[in-house]
Design a protein around this ligand. Sequence first.
Ligand code: 5AD
Ligand code: SF4
Length: 468
Amino acid sequence: MSEFSTTEITAGDEDLHSTAVPGNSRKVFIKTYGCQMNVYDSERMEDALSGEGFVQTNSMEEADLVLLNTCHIREKAAEKVFSEIGRIRQLKERRAGTGKPLTLGVTGCVAQAEGEEIMRRAPAVDLVAGPQTYHRLNDMVSKAASGERVIATEFEIEQKFAQMPQIERRSAIARGVAAFLTVQEGCDKFCTFCVVPYTRGAEVSRSPAQIIEEAKRLRDAGVREITLLGQNVNAWAGTLEGRSLNLGELIFELAEIDGVERLRYTTSHPIDMHPELLTAHRDVKKLMPYLHLPVQAGSDRVLKAMNRHHTRAEYIDLIAAIREARPDMAISGDFIVGFPGETDADFEDTIQVIREVTYASAFSFKYSPRPGTPGAELDAQVPETVKSERLQVLQDLLKEQQIAFNKACVGKQMDILLEKRGRKDGQLIGRSPWLQSVVVDGEPEEIGHFIRVRVTHGGPASLLAERA
Ligand code: 5AD
Ligand code: SF4
């Protein structure tokens, strides 16, 4: 799937959810795992449920409805879901006799891939809904709340795009000044390690008119930075007023919207980096100089076995072309170590690619065989110990590069978008053009504004700055 960052994000994060909770409303708690697309989907589900009178809560204990919006990308991610269901089952049992029953739903990619299995193994689950069925969520939730066990795993992406309710202004405001906007879902690439083509289905693009309208709604709610999301975002294609557009051309259109000051997109596949995208990077000031462009591995043999459709040299040349279009471009990537058959020499090729490209940030994983994918069937699975050793070497190098990138910012001036309060009073956290968190002194009224700062310190995960 999407080659997204895979931090775990809980819907209880205070800066995501500050909605007041009226006393007698039904309450929903959504726990979100995995990629940004799940974060976006969780927000849309919250918006849909609020139309039915649900309000969000940060506490699972007080929720009437708990939804686990799950990730299936690696084994560990899927396992977490079953242990979470076990914990919630106990809460559900405690609540059963109290007149305030708890409804439990599993959504997302585990629901899609293992829906039947969840229903069989986990009687506490009332609802299983795959990612393409959320436009029917309210209906399914009311059935589940009245005691029916509901399972929905059909692929209905066109209906989902057409029928999901619009973003709610109130919740968009509460969510902050940087927002995600899904423009594309699904994947036709079939990398041999990846479950996404099976869980999210084929590539489908949202219409440009819908995307532009959503961007304007976000802008009206105070959003200044929009990240366009797709499992294969640069495969996006659409038609606007009779004109065919690709992602680069869509970015030109979106940049025309006053008030939307910054644009980003993720996640991209190297084979879909068409010329218009490079032109957009060269000419569209609002398009930020940061690109997540996963390569996964550096050896041509492994790239072929992964079905990535490009060689190492093609990737390196592409990075050079992108940097020619936008010299200050920061590159980020995803890497997998220990794909079946990967030798020490193959791994060394990955290390060489990292040295040549130099990454500003990256995500790296041990290969995890996923049932139903071709990679899982291959002989020559690499032993766990070897995977762990390789991951350590690779992560040490990537960390070194990330720190070097941040340190190289010291003394530079840059514009940051102030996004939220810092940990200490009188501090704010802003975001740099290169997606770094920047800590600076300031007052909450300034959130949503851009300021110019000079960087005074570069740490591993964030920068410190003063006003320039
Ligand atoms: N094992 C390990 N990592 C994987 N990814 C996807 N599938 C697997 C797998 N089976 C990684 C890829 C992808 C990111 C989102 O997750 O690097 O880009
Ligand atoms: Fe998965 Fe490959 Fe599609 Fe990305 S491009 S979602 S890694 S199959």
